[in-house]
Design a protein around this ligand. Structure first.
Ligand code: AMP
Length: 665
């Protein structure tokens, strides 16, 4: 099996890690950063921007810049709470109630997983440069509390990015893997993971390399963003009272408010008070308006009591499901940037009487755990075993709209369970199987994962036919359902296609589109490269001709000089005509001609190497010429300009590309 990378696909930031010599390491992106903002956008001229480049245009181009996509992935419009809908770009529900992101720059709408795929692509492309080999497979983490549709959508995003998704791994489990990698002592660990948009709690027993998840709980619509939103509302309402203007109605002002709120929130984790200054935030009747205020920690905490309350229940539920009391927990591992907030840490201390573990980096620990899981899958890491659980109960709708649970939450996965059902009407020839996920009694209150029909049931009184329905949850937490009529043996099996997910046809279409675009992009890049190289070659040609006439005289190497001049003239003509084939051909000819001239020059230099009777004076003359040349060409030293980035690039890649025909200059 080839190399598998670990990716923490965060709401706010994403991180990629790999195993190097058996140890997980975080890979920096092309910008040299260990975390990549989970932001995707398009510039006004439709260029795709990902990560920091996209983040930079959040304020100036808010309609074409998409953050917090993780809160939208695999969700129906009706699933979204108000906070998730309040984004500075435009989202809408399509006919199937699926969430679509509108991009004015490209005049297209996107499924959230398409945009997430661009982010994944950047992460693995940057990693491929670092590793010096293509990256084709990944372990991708998701909140433990992600439902089936959200998991499938994440897996689809990986596939759209051209990756084999070897495992969908729960984030708190990943954090525990990283935490417990070198710890032999048996202990019960509670992972408290509060990120930018989601909240998870998992309880695990870790003992000698065996990681047993006992219970998991959470809230996929709760994270640091909600705390930011409280500050945004506080600022906007204050401003409205003074100036009568609601800043939240202006996309740019809203984005600036969001940025300032997040910054203030983060500062308040370290200080008691912070200043918020947003000059020229709006224009009133009397001219520009500015927002200038200070926020102290206790005011901020006073804005969020209900958010803190929402953190309580999942912790208590996980403890209850694991059959444990708070005192049984040996260690609390805090994960996710939002776990740095003092009020959150305080709350956790009141729930579990332990000081949270400070030895893990909350921003990187999930990606590191994903790389460890990748190592388990490739066999590079032995003696580690992971037993995870399904976060939510799955079952089906029965008569009266009641949900019958087939696999209860917190059942170890992979798991297969079956139950037998019958018809509710006489001579009923088919049954509809409505698959549900959730903890509520009534089907309508739970998440509908999909429906399928088993037909061809022979006529019989109600209650006589026996339909056996089996549920399989794989190690990714993804569900497959099959139904069999026991009388006829007729069977129907489906991977439940969540109604919020892209259909297989749509995925295939997007993959084909990406593949054809990739070919277009590759061709375009090749042309640009070819032309750039031709220009570089021409510049080198000019330099070599000057060298030759200075060192050998105007006709000192007539044949070689003429060959270079002719090839240069032909190459210039073909560039002017825009004829790419000729560019390729004449660039090759110029390369050859330059090779001949270079040989002639070095032979000449060897012959006059300063050892003969005229050696010393000649050497002196050459030195003078050399100095003169350096001065003449110091400004546009093409060769050096060309060599420097190339050398740096090779340093980054560790290996020099084998097919670099330009290396010999
Ligand atoms: P993650 O999804 O783990 O990258 O967490 C990102 C969230 O953590 C964002 O909402 C950040 O604003 C938040 N965050 C990062 N650092 C801090 C901090 N020092 N105090 C409060 N929140 C933070």
């Amino acid at each position: 099996m080839g190399r598998i990378v670990g990716i923490d696909l965060g709401t706010t930031n994403s991180v990629l890690a790999v195993l190097e010599a058996g140890r997980p390491v975080v890979v920096a992106n092309a910008e040299g950063q260990r975390t990549t903002p989970s932001v995707v956008g398009f510039s006004r001229d439709q260029e795709l921007l990902v990560g920091q480049a996209a983040r930079r245009q959040l304020v100036l181009n808010p309609r074409n810049t998409f953050a917090n996509l993780k809160r939208l992935i695999g969700r129906l419009w009706q699933d979204l709470d108000e906070a998730s809908q309040a984004v500075p770009y435009t989202i809408r529900a399509n006919d199937l109630d699926q969430v679509r992101v509108l991009c004015p720059a490209t005049e297209r709408e996107y499924a959230p997983e398409e945009l997430v795929a661009s982010l994944l692509r950047k992460l693995v492309d940057d990693a491929a440069v670092y590793l010096g080999e293509p990256v084709e497979a990944a372990v991708i983490t998701v909140p433990a509390y992600f439902d089936d549709a959200q998991r499938q959508a994440t897996r689809d995003a990986g596939r759209l990015a051209g990756l084999r998704v070897e495992r969908i791994l729960n984030e708190p489990t990943a954090a525990a893997l990283a935490y417990g990698l070198d710890r032999q002592r048996s202990q019960l660990v509670l992972v408290f993971d509060l990120g930018g948009g989601t909240f998870d709690v998992s309880i695990l027993r870790i003992a000698s390399g065996v990681f047993d998840v006992k219970a998991t709980s959470g809230d996929t619509q709760l994270g640091g963003n909600d705390f930011d939103q409280r500050i945004v509302d506080w600022l906007a309402e204050g401003f409205q009272q003074t100036h009568g203007l609601d800043l939240r109605r202006d996309r740019q002002a809203l984005q600036r408010l969001l940025d300032a709120a997040e910054k203030a929130k983060q500062e308040l984790s370290g200080t008691q008070q912070t200043l918020i200054s947003l000059p020229f935030i709006a224009t009133g009747a009397a001219g520009p308006l500015h927002l200038e205020t200070s926020l102290d920690r206790s005011t901020f905490e006073g804005l969020c009591p209900d958010l803190l309350d929402r953190l309580l229940r999942p912790v208590q539920a996980a403890l209850r499901d694991a059959g444990l009391a708070p005192e049984d927990i040996d260690e609390v591992v805090m994960v996710g940037g939002s776990s740095r907030m003092p009020m959150v840490q305080q709350l956790v201390r009141t729930l579990v009487p332990r000081d949270p573990c400070q030895s893990v980096n909350p921003d990187e620990v999930v990606a590191i755990g994903a790389a460890v899981q990748a190592g388990i899958l490739t066999g590079e890491l032995r003696d580690l075993m992971l037993n995870d659980v399904t976060p939510l109960s799955v079952g089906l709708e029965t008569i009266g709209g009641v949900m019958k649970v087939i696999i209860p939450r917190n059942t170890p996965i992979p798991v297969r369970r079956s139950d037998t059902f019958s018809t509710s009407e006489p001579n009923q020839s088919s049954v509809e199987i409505h698959v549900l996920q959730g903890e509520r009694q009534m089907a309508a209150d739970n998440k509908s994962l999909g429906r399928f029909r088993l037909a061809g049931i022979p006529p019989a009184p109600r209650g006589v036919p026996q339909v056996q329905v089996s549920f399989d949850v794989d190690a990714n937490g993804i569900l497959q359902v099959s139904a069999m009529d026991r009388t006829t043996g007729r069977r129907q099996s489906v991977t439940v296609q969540g109604s919020s997910n892209l259909s297989q046809d749509e995925i295939d279409k997007l993959l084909a589109e990406a593949a054809s675009k990739a070919e277009d992009d590759r061709r375009r890049r090749l042309l640009v490269d070819r032309r750039n190289r031709a220009q570089t070659l021409l510049a080198q040609g000019e330099r070599r001709l000057r060298d030759a006439s200075l060192e050998l005289g105007p006709y000192g190497a007539e044949r070689q000089q003429r060959a270079v001049e002719t090839a240069m003239a032909d190459l210039r003509d073909s560039i002017e005509e825009g004829d790419d084939r000729s560019i390729e051909r004449y660039a090759g000819q110029l390369e050859e001609a330059l090779y001949g001239l270079n040989r002639r020059l070095s032979a000449e230099r060897r012959g006059n190497d300063g050892n003969g009777p005229l050696g010393a004076p000649l050497q002196g003359l050459r030195n003078t010429l050399g100095t003169l040349r350096d001065e003449l060409f110091a400004e546009d030293d093409w060769e050096d300009d060309w060599d420097r980035p190339a050398a740096q690039e090779r340093g980054r890649r560790r290996e020099r590309p084998a097919d670099d025909p330009w290396g010999r200059f």
